[in-house]
Design a protein around this ligand. Structure first.
Ligand SMILES: [Zn+2]
Length: 84
Protein backbone atom coordinates (compact mmCIF):
# COMPACT_ATOMS: atom_id res chain seq x y z
CA UNK A 1 0.00 0.00 0.00
CA UNK A 2 1.14 3.54 -0.70
CA UNK A 3 3.02 4.85 2.37
CA UNK A 4 1.23 8.21 2.11
CA UNK A 5 -2.12 6.45 2.35
CA UNK A 6 -0.96 4.39 5.33
CA UNK A 7 -0.09 7.64 7.10
CA UNK A 8 -3.56 9.04 6.36
CA UNK A 9 -5.24 5.89 7.70
CA UNK A 10 -3.27 6.19 10.94
CA UNK A 11 -4.12 9.88 11.20
CA UNK A 12 -7.81 9.11 10.61
CA UNK A 13 -7.79 6.62 13.50
CA UNK A 14 -6.28 9.25 15.78
CA UNK A 15 -8.70 11.95 14.61
CA UNK A 16 -11.64 9.63 15.24
CA UNK A 17 -10.61 9.58 18.92
CA UNK A 18 -10.29 13.38 19.07
CA UNK A 19 -13.93 14.42 18.69
CA UNK A 20 -13.31 17.99 19.77
CA UNK A 21 -11.66 18.55 16.37
CA UNK A 22 -14.99 17.94 14.63
CA UNK A 23 -17.78 20.53 14.65
CA UNK A 24 -20.97 19.19 13.11
CA UNK A 25 -22.80 22.03 11.37
CA UNK A 26 -25.57 20.08 9.67
CA UNK A 27 -26.91 16.66 8.87
CA UNK A 28 -29.96 14.78 7.62
CA UNK A 29 -30.96 11.30 8.68
CA UNK A 30 -33.79 8.85 8.12
CA UNK A 31 -34.62 7.32 11.48
CA UNK A 32 -36.46 4.01 11.87
CA UNK A 33 -38.35 4.49 15.12
CA UNK A 34 -40.27 1.70 16.87
CA UNK A 35 -43.59 2.71 15.31
CA UNK A 36 -42.76 4.86 12.33
CA UNK A 37 -40.08 6.30 10.10
CA UNK A 38 -38.93 9.85 10.89
CA UNK A 39 -36.77 12.40 9.17
CA UNK A 40 -34.34 14.15 11.48
CA UNK A 41 -32.20 17.11 10.55
CA UNK A 42 -29.75 19.48 12.18
CA UNK A 43 -29.16 22.84 10.55
CA UNK A 44 -28.11 26.30 11.78
CA UNK A 45 -27.79 24.83 15.30
CA UNK A 46 -31.45 23.72 15.28
CA UNK A 47 -32.90 20.22 15.39
CA UNK A 48 -35.97 19.16 13.45
CA UNK A 49 -37.87 15.89 13.48
CA UNK A 50 -41.05 14.84 11.74
CA UNK A 51 -42.41 12.95 14.78
CA UNK A 52 -45.39 14.23 16.78
CA UNK A 53 -43.47 14.50 20.04
CA UNK A 54 -40.93 16.91 18.58
CA UNK A 55 -43.67 19.38 17.59
CA UNK A 56 -44.67 19.89 21.22
CA UNK A 57 -41.26 19.72 22.89
CA UNK A 58 -38.61 20.77 20.39
CA UNK A 59 -36.71 17.59 21.18
CA UNK A 60 -37.49 13.88 20.99
CA UNK A 61 -35.94 10.44 21.37
CA UNK A 62 -34.66 10.66 17.79
CA UNK A 63 -32.83 13.99 18.13
CA UNK A 64 -31.52 12.99 21.55
CA UNK A 65 -30.24 9.66 20.19
CA UNK A 66 -28.26 11.63 17.61
CA UNK A 67 -26.97 13.91 20.37
CA UNK A 68 -25.55 10.79 22.02
CA UNK A 69 -23.97 9.57 18.80
CA UNK A 70 -22.47 13.00 18.03
CA UNK A 71 -21.32 13.64 21.61
CA UNK A 72 -18.55 16.23 21.72
CA UNK A 73 -19.12 17.35 18.12
CA UNK A 74 -22.23 19.54 18.49
CA UNK A 75 -22.42 23.18 19.59
CA UNK A 76 -23.62 23.59 23.21
CA UNK A 77 -26.70 25.44 21.97
CA UNK A 78 -27.87 22.26 20.23
CA UNK A 79 -27.81 20.06 23.32
CA UNK A 80 -31.07 19.02 24.97
CA UNK A 81 -29.72 16.03 26.84
CA UNK A 82 -29.31 16.26 30.56
CA UNK A 83 -26.56 13.70 30.90
CA UNK A 84 -26.65 12.16 34.34
ZN1 LIG B 1 -38.53 12.57 16.67
Amino acid sequence: MNSGLIGKIEKAKRYAQERSRIHVSGLKADFDGENDHHEVSFESENWRCTCDFFVGWGACAHTMALEHILEGMLPKSALNLQTA
